[in-house]
Design a binder for this molecule. Structure first.
Ligand SMILES: O=C(O)CCC(=O)C(=O)O
Length: 270
């Protein structure tokens, strides 16, 4: 029996692993083929339309609506979205890049940057996550072809290993602070065009941002955040981590395993 596009393994090479560990991000082509992306895009975007009419911040503290329409844990809202988010193929890539045996779901997000959507400021995701591991990774997969003027992501190579940064929430302040650091360092940050089904994977501490959307097309993106199986909860040291703990790892206390019903083991599946 042929395997489904969501379960067939994607070949992660040693070169990919080295690249990911060195830079803290990697762009992988054709993680899902365009036809399969299109099959899932429609129901996922249908959910976004429904939710966007009624809610926007999804339990987060900040309102990101000028940057994007954000729907979190869309897997709970539609069977097609669940299939996509639970895809063994994606989770296995996450495990392979991090070099861990298994990964759990932290949460997913659909991020739609509308035409005219503002840039996403420089930030580090893990500032928000009350987890005791740095083995965390986000898959960022456009569901339509995207180019930099639609608001693709950019990353600072090696920034996941730099522990000297001030910790701060995503904001105009983080943009000013990190933009200046990037400018002083002289590092060249990459810009990518991606086809639907290509994906970037970035580590939780990798400094990243996204361009504004100056095009007349919607940037429709699905993200899935994974962490190494076995991770435990740490005591939240900021308000955002408190909120994340309540929303994404509900009921768990510091020191306990981060393994609630909202954090299924996505790889291995058996
Ligand atoms: O899509 C964006 O504009 C930002 C996404 C992001 O920061 C993330 O997925 O970690």
């Amino acid at each position: 029996m042929p395997s489904s596009p969501l379960s067939a393994p994607y070949k992660v090479t040693d070169e990919h692993r080295v690249h990911f560990r060195r830079d803290g991000f990697i762009l992988l082509r054709n993680v899902l083929d365009a036809a399969a992306v299109e099959r899932y895009r429609r129901p996922i975007m249908g959910v976004v339309e429904d939710v966007a009419r009624t809610r926007d911040t999804q339990g987060r503290i900040s309102d990101y609506s000028a940057m994007f329409t954000q729907v979190t844990n869309v897997w709970r809202l539609a069977e097609a979205a669940r299939e996509f988010v639970f895809a063994e193929r994606f989770a296995r890539v996450a495990a392979d890049l991090m070099g861990v045996k298994g990964v759990r779901l932290y949460h997913d997000q659909v991020l739609v940057k509308e035409p005219g959507g503002k840039p996403t400021p420089w930030h580090q995701d893990q500032y928000y996550w009350p987890l005791d591991t740095d083995n965390t990774v986000t898959m960022w997969m456009p569901l339509v072809d995207v180019e930099p003027k639609m608001g693709t992501m950019t990353f600072v190579p090696g920034s996941h290993r730099d522990t000297s940064f001030n910790r701060m929430e995503i904001s105009d302040r983080s943009q000013r602070y990190f933009e200046e650091l990037v400018r002083i360092s002289g590092v060249v940050v990459p810009s990518f065009s991606l086809n639907a089904g290509d994906a970037t994977f970035h580590a939780g501490w990798t400094l990243h941002s996204a361009h504004k959307n100056t095009s007349d097309r919607r940037r429709e993106v699905m993200t899935v955040i994974y962490y190494a199986d076995g991770a435990r909860v740490v005591a939240p040291d900021n308000e955002h981590r408190k909120v994340d703990l309540d929303v994404f790892i509900p009921g768990r206390k510091p020191g306990e395993p981060a393994d609630t019903d909202l954090n299924p083991l996505l790889y291995p599946t058996s």
